[in-house]
Design a protein around this ligand. Structure first.
Ligand code: ADP
Length: 491
């Protein structure tokens, strides 16, 4: 099959979170299975150009209709660790992607509506006719809408869309000007509950809802989260829309790319190790301590890696730091705040703990340090409020770092409590799970983990091994995507 992935991220060249990892990992595995995969991405000024090979212009003068006029774009082409990527660069005073950030502009809906339009225009003009257009998250939610309402009449009637939702929280809600800009001109037609009208604000269009209504297949990134999105508040208002389109909606668990995330062959960690021999992990722990100026001791290292966002349960992350320090453990945090308030809060904590030899808080995004932490830490806390899939716990399992997670979404589908999980035999359990959002719940899970580390080191090591034995690679999940593609493909 010929598949084009259209997304706002692709690791490692553009990565703000798990979306980037998923887009890259899925594309790679689809290629391994013999499919032809290409990616279309925005050409941000701040992306990691050092990860692109052979960047050259592929389509010099792409004119994208916009507000009754057109915007001149160039399309560049290059390889990102073997994946063929097309980067769209608009030349306009809006400077959509020349702002030093990926997300966070007041006009983000406009930026990504333009990107969606430009991606379709590029496919049309360059005569690319993929079997499947695979779109991701709200940024590309208008693609199936424009494909169905416009581009199918220009010669793209055979293309089918698979739409993957990685996070229901951000849906791309904007005013009517989006319709004028993109050429979806019939306001009264689109402002309808069955089409693009936001379920809460009758005067706004909702990109993600458009993606759900118009795509041939829709999925979120774990089976449990698919259920949650329909029946609980984590669908952020789209529950009823998903209910209406339930016959096309499912949950497919993300995988991780074991080429990037594998302690046996990770070039970003100083010592390789495997489930049979943890001596490398002990050395990585030492390297982590040296890198972050933590004192040498027999204490375990508890870590957190992730966006510092309300979604990630920041109040519990904050509590975990002090609980760990009080319970004879060291704590390492790597995260970047998604709001100024949260960022300042953790910067304050960082200053407060500056002289503490058992804690290090690194505020910012640092891929290299993330690898060292996964390898060097003993436990990873993931106390999310909601988590569509979660990659940190999957990566932690692979690195023998015991996950301590809240039982929601993908965390519940992948981590099985060592003491209480009755659905898995003791030798199949791999971490610790708590459910409530209060401090006691978190503390009890951390206490059990740290208690095992000190009291029963052999058992702790066994639990590490059991986690490493789990295979959460893309090989399993890709089959489900292939089935979905096959199901919707124009025959
Ligand atoms: P998200 O909700 O952000 O997508 P996931 O758990 O799905 O969360 O994916 C997070 C990914 O981003 C993981 O690969 C994690 O290692 C990485 N990550 C998150 N924050 C940082 C950071 N500050 N520095 C480096 N990597 C990070």
């Amino acid at each position: 099959m010929y598949v084009v992935q259209i997304a706002s991220e692709c690791a490692p060249v553009i990565k703000a979170g798990g979306l980037g990892d998923v887009v890259f990992g899925l594309s790679r595995e689809l290629e391994n299975q013999g499919h032809c995969v290409e990616l279309i991405l925005p050409m941000y000024d701040c992306m990691r150009y050092d990860h692109i090979w052979g960047l050259h212009d592929a389509y010099r003068d792409l004119f994208v209709p916009w507000y009754g006029g057109e915007i001149h774009c160039s399309v560049f082409c290059g390889w990102v660790h073997g994946r063929l990527c097309f980067f769209i660069q608009p030349h306009s005073d809006d400077r959509f992607f020349d702002r030093g950030y990926y997300y966070g502009g007041y006009d983000d809906p406009m930026r990504f509506a333009f990107f969606s339009k430009a991606a379709l225009e590029f496919l049309l003009k360059s005569n690319k006719r993929p079997d499947i257009i695979h779109c991701h998250d709200w940024q590309t939610g208008l693609i199936p809408v424009m494909l169905y309402e416009m581009y199918q009449y220009y010669g793209m009637e055979r293309q089918r869309v698979c739409y993957t939702i990685h996070n229901f929280r951000h849906q791309g809600v904007a005013g009517v000007e989006i319709l004028h800009a993109t050429g979806l001109n019939r306001e009264s037609y689109y402002f309808h509950y069955d089409r693009l009208q936001d379920n809460f604000n009758p005067f706004a269009v909702n990109f993600m809802k458009g993606g759900v209504v118009y795509s041939n297949f829709i999925n979120t990134v774990s089976p449990h989260h698919a259920w949650e999105a329909r029946f609980t508040d984590v669908g952020y208002g789209l529950g009823h829309t998903l209910e209406i389109h339930q016959d096309r909606f499912s949950g497919i668990l993300n995988g991780i790319d074991y080429n990037s995330w594998n302690p046996e062959a990770d070039s970003l960690i100083p010592h390789a190790y495997s489930a049979d021999d943890f001596s490398g992990k002990a050395k990585d722990k030492q390297a982590l301590r040296d890198a972050l100026l933590l004192q040498n001791s027999s204490k375990p290292i508890v870590a957190f890696i992730g966006r510092l966002d309300d979604q990630k349960g920041v109040h519990l992350v904050h509590h975990a730091i002090y609980y760990a320090l009080g319970r004879e453990a060291q704590f390492v945090l790597l995260g970047s705040g998604t709001s100024v308030d949260i960022n300042n809060w953790f910067l304050h904590e960082k200053r407060f703990l500056n002289d503490n030899p058992d804690a290090h808080l690194e505020i910012g995004f640092n891929e290299e340090l993330a690898h060292l932490i996964y390898a060097g830490a003993d436990m990873m806390v993931v106390p999310s409020k909601f988590e569509p899939c979660g990659l940190t716990q999957l990566i932690s399992l692979k690195y023998g770092t015991i996950p301590i997670v809240r039982g929601v979404g993908g965390l519940l589908s992948t981590v099985f409590d060592r003491d209480y999980d009755l659905n898995h035999a003791p030798e199949k359990r791999n971490g610790y799970v708590f459910y409530q959002t209060d401090y006691n719940a978190l503390e009890s899970a951390m206490e059990r983990a740290i208690g095992l580390y000190y009291g029963y080191p052999k058992e702790f090591e066994k639990l590490m091994q059991q986690g490493m034995e789990y295979d959460y690679s893309w090989q399993h999940s890709v089959k489900q995507y292939e089935n979905a593609y096959d199901f919707i493909r124009y025959k």
